[in-house]
Design a protein around this ligand. Sequence first.
Ligand SMILES: [Ca+2]
Ligand SMILES: [Ca+2]
Length: 418
Amino acid sequence: MRNLLLISCLIVLLMILSSCRYDNSDKAELESSETVLIQNETIEEKLIDIQIEKKSLSRDLDSLLEEEDITLMIKEDDFLYMSATKDFTSMILAILKGKRQPVYKDKNLNQHHLKLKFDGYEEIYVNLDYNSFWFKGESELYNLPWRLDEPFRQQWDRVIIKVINNKAHYDSFEKTIIQQNQSVDLDYDGQSDPIILYYDGRVRLRVGKEVETMTEWLAENKIRADDDGNRYNGMFKTIVSENGRGLLYVDGPMEWNQSYRLQYYTYDQNDGLERVWDGDEPDENKVVNYDGDTIAIAFNNGDLQMEINLTDEEKAEVDDYIEYHKENGLDLLTDDWLHNKGGIRGYNIIDIDDDGEEELISYKYMVSGAIGLSCQLLSVYGFTNEELILENVIANPDMDFVEECLSQHIYNHSIQVN
Ligand SMILES: [Ca+2]
Ligand SMILES: [Ca+2]
């Protein structure tokens, strides 16, 4: 009699499940998993749970992307659902965070290669070829940034499944090591801190357990390309000096990035890996004087100063600017007067002042937005544990000197800024 009751209830349960919008393959999985669960719970409780779960499955993508401790099950084509490890779940969330604004989903686009089931959320369907995803049943989809030759599928082809506690888990993406250094002690604790620059669909910099993402999606052929202009050519250099230890990351120029990207990282056990300087941000500067012929600009709150000799044309523009602003109660002395234009055109790491410590030299074009004034700037930075310190600035340096300082690390220096 008890068995009969159980069977009747199961039939009711299965009818309810059938009325829900599961497709057949999902239903089969759910039926078997539910049957097991029923051994530990009363049927009434289970029915209520299912009803609540069906009602309360969220489709709030913003809140999902903020989740830090959520479980993820992934179903790939005809496979069964498999768990993702915590790290892999974070990786998938980071990928979804790159989404663009939602767009209307073409009714014909129903093909999906992956189903992502985050706990408490409606299933997300992913089309790997189109780099797009959407909540099951939604009429809008989200695209991930991509170019024609860089669909998500390339990254997914690198997926690694690991068996943990006798269960298979989605675990990581296969890595291609670009550069590594196993012997530098960055945090002065007497132990070396392994540094690895690797590719797993994006380029990442790993120091100890800390990982920083250095590029967006990058096709694998960009890592291996023969053609210099088309190849990703990032690298890091460890800085170990009396003044400090750190890591300088450099990449570029490439066809999609027409200047060098320079970033300085420090590493210690408390703060981890920290980007403390970004070459794209201009050094703080301010106009401190204009005598009718030259304009004086101060950096570092006045510690460093440089003068730019103006042409007659530039003088006329500055005079006009001052006249106009006087009428409006303003003056020339504004902060961050000069801005980088077109990024860093050259760099090098050399001991430019022969004091036994290396410095970073960057070469860039600077423009003032207010006036059509431009100059070329050679900046010299010293390395410390906490930051890069601007030690010298040279306006409009002699080109032979620039080429000598930067050797091969100079790009397209003949470009003129208007
Ligand atoms: Ca160490
Ligand atoms: Ca030096």
